[in-house]
Design a protein around this ligand. Structure first.
Ligand code: ADP
Ligand code: MG
Length: 624
């Protein structure tokens, strides 16, 4: 019978496993047990609607059997099993749990990372030199045997097996000079490993163990002992979320989260919910300390794991958590859910909606708590998922804005740090009507923006927007606590005491001259009331902003959305005086000045200047 090769990427991970001198190789047992538990979950779920399964909840179990003489360790389950093609697909190709992709991202030498997250079936090759899988799928007549020595492929052959389920038979490697593999055949080690890594598994993990008891006929004062064998359940089975909140340590949470959600970093926040009332449920929610590698991609699937009275019904239930909090991981267990309906129907379950609303409140509550009590932590969170909150505000035309707007952070020009809208409003002097913002590449560039000169001179706070969704966000939010949001760049600042209008009439001729020179390039030329030391800027007035023009030029160019272009001039600037002086004496030069000023203004507004080499030629021509 021909051996089949592993797929290339699986092979590389296999090599890594086989040659690993990894100290945490003990995690293989956790991986094998977790697969067995998943398989039982699946069959148990099936048994709710399919009487032919013929098993009750208490019939399901995982068995561990060590044979020190034969040097094998066997983990058996009576779960769903695999058919031939599943064997091929599931054990011949690395699981799609993202493990492999993740491994590519981390330094390939850094083998230690393996133990931190689920690495799956292959991890058994860290301790075994030969693995046999005997499995029979629920509903199938034929069982199959999968066998492999690791590196050079595997074989699949038909075989016999009593009943449905899977045996993973690991032939343990010989002991080396420094490595002791025989420990994985010892009762003591196995018992500890189950306790350490798999205690919360909801199915009994059983093993026949040696115990000792007093011999019945031995005298009380001189007792004699005998040993006997007995099957014992090694794990306590109570899932973490069913335990009292105060009984679960942070370490237990970290371990649970990391194993369950394949993250090598402990979560930043843990939220425990135990709700009773309209609907009873328990939930453990986690806010990751860093975004999953695919978080901001279309591949990322949000959702919470859903259980009904301890039976897993759905791995990623999207109806339990909205996109805006899509980063939250966790489990929800409710005895109230109607189990016997199909998954599709379940999605419309009223109870599910109640739970989802409740969870949304809990998550918001935790974020508000962090914001108040752990600002540094919150900023870290915001760095990871702030963009998600912003996009959440934008989606559905601001349907979630009331929920999310208090959680947003923006960089403040005066505080020189991230602030909330509430903090901004609290600081506003009575006379200030608006929350001002400006957008640009970075804070340093915005500190030099001519358009914000007046505000900065008066030491008024400006929110600096540097993130891509920010500008649109402002359009959606429009106001916060009755204070309208207003761009400090685009139009009129509408300050209570604007500087005097510097007699537009007196400059009418000059303004007309410039408008004529620039023609269609600008919609209006006016005397600026906000420039202080800079000569010129472009504003767009109400309506479409430059930022939006840029955004739509990229996203929907066919719309041809264009901002108005208003050229504002600082008539007290020497540049303006030079233009004025040249206007009658050297009109050609004056025209060039006007062109230069427009291009300067475009550069500052972040607009393309169209003909860069024409512009440099123009500049240089002024020297001659
Ligand atoms: P993961 O558990 O992340 O999917 P694994 O490498 O641990 O990745 O397992 C690969 C796949 O092999 C599982 O998804 C499952 O389909 C199958 N499998 C492994 N062990 C068992 C088992 N005991 N019973 C049924 N299927 C199993
Ligand atoms: Mg697994």
């Amino acid at each position: 019978m021909a051996k089949k090769e592993f797929k290339a990427e699986s092979k590389r991970l296999l090599d890594l496993m086989i040659n690993s001198i990894y100290t945490h190789r003990e995690i293989f047992l956790r991986e094998i047990i977790s697969n067995a538990s998943d398989a039982i979950d699946k069959l148990c779920y099936r048994s709710l609607t399919d009487e032919k399964v013929g098993l009750k909840r208490e019939d399901f179990a995982i068995h561990i059997h060590a044979d020190p003489d034969g040097r094998t360790l066997t983990v058996s389950d009576n779960g769903i099993g695999m058919d031939e093609s599943e064997l091929e697909n599931n054990l011949g190709i690395i699981a799609s749990s993202g493990t492999y992709q993740f491994r590519q991202e981390v330094d390939s030498e850094d083998v230690d990372i393996i133990g931190q997250f689920g690495v799956g079936f292959y991890s058994a090759f860290m301790v075994a030199d030969h693995i046999t899988v005997v499995t029979k799928k629920y509903g199938a007549d034929q069982a199959f045997r999968w066998e492999s020595d690791g590196a050079d492929g595997y074989t699949i052959t038909p075989c016999e097996r009593d009943g449905v389920g899977t045996d993973i038979i690991m032939h343990i490697k010989p002991d080396g000079e420094e490595e002791n593999y025989a420990e994985f055949l010892q009762e003591y080690t196995l018992r500890n490993l189950v306790k350490k890594y798999s205690d919360y598994i909801r199915w009994p993990i059983r093993m026949e163990v040696t115990k000792s008891r007093k011999k019945e006929d031995s005298p009380e004062d001189k007792p004699e002992y005998e040993s006997y064998r007995e099957v014992e359940t090694l794990n306590s089975m109570v899932p973490l979320w069913q335990r009292k909140k105060s009984d679960v340590t942070r370490e237990e949470h970290d371990k649970f989260y990391q194993e369950k959600f394949n993250d090598f970093t402990p979560p930043q926040s843990v939220i425990t919910v135990s709700a009773e009332g309209q609907v009873s449920y328990k939930a453990l929610l986690y806010i990751p300390a860093r975004p999953p590698y695919d978080y901001y991609s279309a591949d990322y699937e949000r959702g919470l794991q859903l259980y009904s009275a301890g039976v897993m019904i759905m791995d990623r239930c999207q109806d339990l958590i909205g996109d805006h909090f899509g980063f939250v991981k966790g489990v929800v267990d409710s005895p109230d859910l109607s189990l016997n309906i199909s998954r599709e129907l379940l999605q419309h379950d009223r109870q599910l909606k109640l739970i989802a609303n409740n969870i949304e409140k809990k998550v918001k509550g935790e974020l508000e708590r962090m914001l108040k009590e752990d600002r540094e932590g919150y900023e870290k969170f915001f760095q990871n998922f702030g963009r998600q909150l912003k996009v959440g505000c934008l989606n559905g035309y601001g349907a979630k804005r009331d929920l999310l707007q208090d959680l947003l952070l923006f960089y403040s020009s005066t505080e020189k740090k991230l602030v909330t809208l509430a903090e901004y409003v609290d600081r506003m002097p009575e006379s200030q009507k608006y929350i001002y913002y400006a957008s640009g590449e970075n804070a340093a560039a915005m500190d030099n923006l001519p358009q914000t000169e007046l505000l900065r001179e008066r030491n008024m706070e400006i929110l600096y927007l540097t993130d891509q969704p920010d500008q649109l966000l402002m359009e959606i939010l429009r106001e916060y606590k009755d204070k309208p949001l207003r761009s400090a760049v685009d139009g009129d600042l509408d300050l209570e005491d604007m500087p005097e209008e510097k007699g537009a009439d007196a400059y009418k001729e000059a303004l007309d001259f410039i408008k004529e020179v620039l023609g269609e390039e600008v919609d209006e030329v006016r005397v600026s009331r906000k420039l202080k030391t800079h000569p010129v800027c472009l504003t767009c007035g109400e309506g479409v902003s430059f930022e939006m023009e840029r955004y739509f030029a990229a996203a929907q160019p066919e719309m041809g959305l264009k901002a108005k272009r208003i050229l504002e001039l600082n008539v007290e600037h020497p540049a303006f005086a030079a233009l004025e002086g040249a206007r009658s004496a050297e009109p050609e030069k004056a025209k060039k000045y006007a062109q230069v000023l427009l291009n300067q203004a475009k550069l500052i507004a972040g607009l393309p200047i169209g003909d860069p080499s024409g512009y440099t030629d123009l500049l240089c021509s002024l020297w001659t």
